[in-house]
Design a protein around this ligand. Structure first.
Ligand code: V47
Ligand code: SF4
Length: 368
C-alpha cells in the first residue's frame, strides 16, 4: 500500500496497517512521537475506507443536561456547580420531557442526556425520566443517557448493583449509554484532577455490563490537560481490550480539553495539529471499534471537517444547547442545521449518511 510517508519510523507501522495487523503500544507511541501528520492521516484514512468506504455519518439530535449540580466537582469541569451556588440549575421532569419533545418536529433521532450527580434526586427520578421520555417520544427517537459515572452514582444512592441499575433503566426505555466520564484511565491523573470520579476498572466494568444486557455504548478520552502521551496510548489499549471482551462500543470520541473557567485554566488547551493526530491515531489503534467520531463542538467545525480525511467517519449531530464545553470556552455554535452538516461532508467528497444512535441508516445523501 503506497502511503506518502516522510518519517522513516512510520514505515514498519505502514506495513502492518496495509496488512490489517494490530498495532502495539510501542507503535502507538511511535505515532505520537512523529510529526508526519500527513503520513499518519493517510494510514488512518486507509483503515477508515476499508470499513466505511466513502461514508461520513451525522445525525439530528438534541443534548439535554438536566442539572449542573454535581457532587464530584472535577477540576477540568466548568459546567458543574455545588448546590446553592450561583449558576446552579436543575430542570423538572416536565422541562426535560418538553425539551425532548421539541426535538421531534426538528427530525431528531436521538436525545442525549448527561448531567451532574445531584445530591437529592433519588434513583426513581431517573427511572421516571426515562419512562416519561419513552412514552412521550416516537419509537425511532433513541434515548442515549447517563455516563458510567452516573450509573455508578445511581448504584450508590439506590443500594443496587450497577448491573441492576442498568437493567431497570433498560426496562424503563433506555437504549444506549454515551461515552463520557472515562477521562484518562490513569490513577495518577485521576488522583490529581478527578479523585472522586469512577475508577478506570469500574468505568470499563459498567460498559461491559451494559454490553452484556444488549445496551450499546460509546467511549471517550479527555485529552490535552495533564496526561502524558503514554497515558493516552494506555487508555486506547484498555478500550481496545474491553471491546475484545464485550464488543458493544459503537464509537470512540476523543474530547479535546477546554480550560476556560476550570481549575486547570492555566493550561493552553489543544491545537488543531494534536486534535487531528489524536483522531487519526485513534482510528489506527482502535481496530475493533467501528466508528471514530469528531465532536465538532469540541474540536471546532474546521478540524471536524478536515478530520474526515484523517480517519474520522462521523461528525456527530445538530446537538442544540450544549453546555459542558461552552461553559469551558468553546467558540463553536450551539447548534448546526442538517444542511450545514451535509454541506460540510459533501465538500470533502464523502457521502453524507444520516444515522440514528445505533448507526442504522436514516438516509443516504448521494444525489444532488
Ligand atoms: O464526561 C467535561 C468532558 C464529557 C470538559 O457518547 C470536558 O456520543 C472538554 O461525553 N473540556 C461529556 N471536555 C461529553 C461526552 C460526549 C460528548 C459528545 C458525544 C458523546 C457520545 C459523549 O465532557 C465529560 C467529560 O469527559 N468534559 N469538561 C472540558 N472542560
Ligand atoms: Fe460532575 Fe461530570 Fe463535571 Fe465531573 S465532569 S464535575 S462528574 S458534571
Amino acid at each position: 500500500m503506497p502511503f506518502y510517508i516522510t518519517d522513516p519510523a512510520l514505515k514498519p507501522i505502514s506495513t502492518k496497517v496495509a496488512a490489517g495487523e494490530r498495532l502495539s503500544r510501542e507503535d502507538g507511541l511511535t505515532l505520537y512521537a512523529s510529526d508526519d501528520l500527513i503520513g499518519i492521516g493517510q494510514m488512518a484514512d486507509h483503515v477508515r475506507r476499508r470499513t466505511n468506504g466513502d461514508l461520513v455519518y451525522f445525525m439530528v439530535n438534541r443534548h439535554i443536561n438536566p442539572t449542573n449540580i454535581c457532587e464530584n466537582r472535577c477540576k477540568f469541569c466548568a459546567f458543574s456547580r455545588s448546590k446553592g451556588q450561583d449558576g446552579a440549575y436543575e430542570m423538572t421532569l416536565d422541562e426535560i420531557v418538553k425539551a425532548a419533545e421539541e426535538a421531534v418536529p426538528e427530525g431528531a433521532y436521538e436525545v442525549h442526556i448527561v448531567g451532574g450527580l445531584h445530591p437529592d434526586w433519588p434513583f426513581e427520578f431517573y427511572i421516571d425520566m426515562v419512562s416519561r421520555l419513552r412514552a412521550a417520544l416516537p419509537p425511532h427517537v433513541i434515548i442515549q443517557a447517563f455516563t458510567a459515572v452516573e450509573i455508578e452514582f445511581y448504584a450508590q444512592i439506590s443500594g443496587l448493583t450497577t448491573l441492576e441499575v442498568l437493567r431497570q433503566l433498560k426496562d424503563a426505555g433506555l437504549d444506549a449509554l454515551p461515552g463520557g466520564g472515562a477521562e484518562i484511565f490513569s490513577e495518577r491523573t485521576r488522583a490529581a484532577a478527578w479523585d472522586k470520579k469512577t475508577a478506570a476498572d469500574d468505568w470499563l466494568r459498567i460498559h461491559g455490563e451494559a454490553h452484556s444486557l444488549g445496551i450499546k455504548t460509546n467511549c471517550t478520552m479527555l485529552y490535552g490537560h495533564i496526561e502524558t502521551l503514554e497515558e493516552r496510548i494506555d487508555h486506547l489499549i484498555r478500550l481496545r481490550e474491553q471491546q475484545d471482551k464485550s464488543g458493544g462500543f459503537l464509537a470512540f470520541i476523543p474530547l479535546a480539553f477546554h480550560p476556560l473557567n476550570t481549575e486547570l485554566s492555566d493550561l493552553p488547551g489543544t491545537t488543531g495539529f494534536d486534535d487531528l493526530k489524536t483522531l487519526a491515531i485513534a482510528r489506527l489503534m482502535l481496530d475493533n471499534i467501528p466508528h471514530i467520531k469528531a465532536f465538532w463542538i469540541m474540536v471546532g467545525l474546521k478540524v471536524a471537517q478536515l478530520s474526515t480525511v484523517f480517519g474520522v467517519d462521523d461528525i456527530d449531530g445538530t446537538v442544540v444547547e450544549e453546555r459542558i464545553t461552552h461553559m469551558a470556552g468553546a467558540a463553536t455554535p450551539e447548534a448546526l442545521t442538517k444542511s450545514d452538516l451535509i454541506g460540510m461532508i459533501r465538500e470533502t467528497g464523502h457521502v453524507p449518511v444520516e444515522r440514528d444512535t445505533l448507526y442504522n441508516v436514516v438516509r443516504v445523501y448521494d444525489g444532488a
